[in-house]
Design a protein around this ligand. Structure first.
Ligand code: LMR
Length: 338
């Protein structure tokens, strides 16, 4: 090869590279969004909607790949994957922030801490919620939003009408000291287990029962292996959407703005569909006809509330008295007046 030929070839290669560079530059930024529930749940729908809005608002510059149903990671592994940057975004339930060392999120597990969604939003959509999200930053995690699911009910293979019915029964819970205390207070035996393993554990009798909003129960078909469902609404289960902070801070400002807008829209949707989804899921359980659904009377619910609210005082040191008091203040709840 002559020297001139070689130079010409090199020049030609350089031109080709220059022309193909924009194609590289246009490769979308990919956000892997992992979660553990079915697509047909409040979280599943909101994350899919977020992905769609991101494509629209960024005109394809960012692509969100959603992995539902613990396809990528189970409960505990999710947080680690986010911190390591193996996934960029998650929406773990608020009980699952323990591994980050931010115990304050356990306050959402306190039984009967919110009476209804209105009370909940006073916290999650107000200054207390914002200050909780800010606590994640030193852990390399940026909190973007709170998404609703709903209030949990208990299910089992035997009726759960009174507290005595919980005695000696094993209940699957998420990994949370507060939830452990809740089950023990009722006389049951708490059993921590990943969400993806609950159906089988119920089916094989490894545990007797569980607690979850109905959308989670129904979309995992747990009702097929639970003969009794008691609509106790005894505690809240919802999510914080979080992103790897290094990834987030490294995004161009205009893209970040578009993602924030998409998250705002997805949050509106999440909080709009959550109640409806849970209502429809309950209807689904009813129609399936395999589970006896019990609605506790007002008095029965009050008995359970009086039994479980003392868990707040027992567990207050985990979350801090100031935080608990700020929630009581926002929701105008006074345990002494029960
Ligand atoms: C559970 O593990 O019971 C829930 O946190 C699952 C979820 O993410 O809703």
């Amino acid at each position: 090869m002559t020297r001139r030929f070689a130079l010409r070839t090199l020049a030609a290669l350089a031109v080709t590279a220059a022309f193909s560079l924009p194609a590289f530059a246009q490769a979308p930024i990919v956000i892997k969004f992992s979660h553990v529930v079915a697509a047909d749940t409040p979280k599943g729908q909101a994350s899919d909607f977020f992905a769609k809005r991101v494509t629209e608002l960024t005109k394809g510059k960012v692509k969100v790949d959603v992995y539902p149903n613990s396809q990528l990671y189970k409960d505990k592994e999710e947080m680690e994957a986010l911190q390591m940057g193996a996934v960029q975004m998650l929406a773990p339930s608020l009980a699952k922030f323990g591994p980050l060392g931010v115990k304050e999120f356990e306050v959402f597990d306190f039984p009967f801490i919110f009476d209804d969604t209105e009370d909940l939003h006073k916290v999650t959509q107000g200054p207390v919620g914002a200050s909780l999200l800010a606590k994640l930053e030193p852990k390399g995690v940026k909190g973007l939003a709170f998404w609703d699911n709903g209030f949990k009910s208990f299910s089992a293979n035997t009726p759960l009408k009174s507290i005595a019915d919980f005695k000696g029964k094993k209940f699957r819970i998420q990994s949370s000291k507060v939830l452990e205390e809740e089950i023990r207070t009722l006389g049951g035996i708490p059993q921590v287990m990943a969400f993806s393993e609950v159906y089988q554990a119920l089916q094989t009798g490894v545990v007797d029962g569980t607690e979850n909003p109905i959308s989670n129960l129904y979309s995992q078909k747990m009702h097929e292996v639970q003969k009794h469902l008691s609509l106790t609404n005894h505690g809240y289960l919802g999510y914080a959407v979080i992103v790897n902070k290094k990834f987030w801070d490294g995004l161009p400002a205009d893209i970040r703005g578009q993602l924030e807008q998409a998250m705002k829209d997805a949050t509106t949707l999440a909080n709009k569909v959550a109640q409806k989804d849970n209502d429809e899921a309950l209807e689904g359980v009813r129609k399936a006809g395999k589970t006896t659904i019990y609605t506790p009377t007002k008095d029965e619910r009050l008995v359970m509330k009086k039994a479980l609210v003392p868990v707040h005082a027992k567990m207050v040191d985990r979350v801090g008295k100031d935080l608990l008091d700020s929630i009581y203040k926002a929701t105008e709840f006074d345990p002494a007046k029960l």
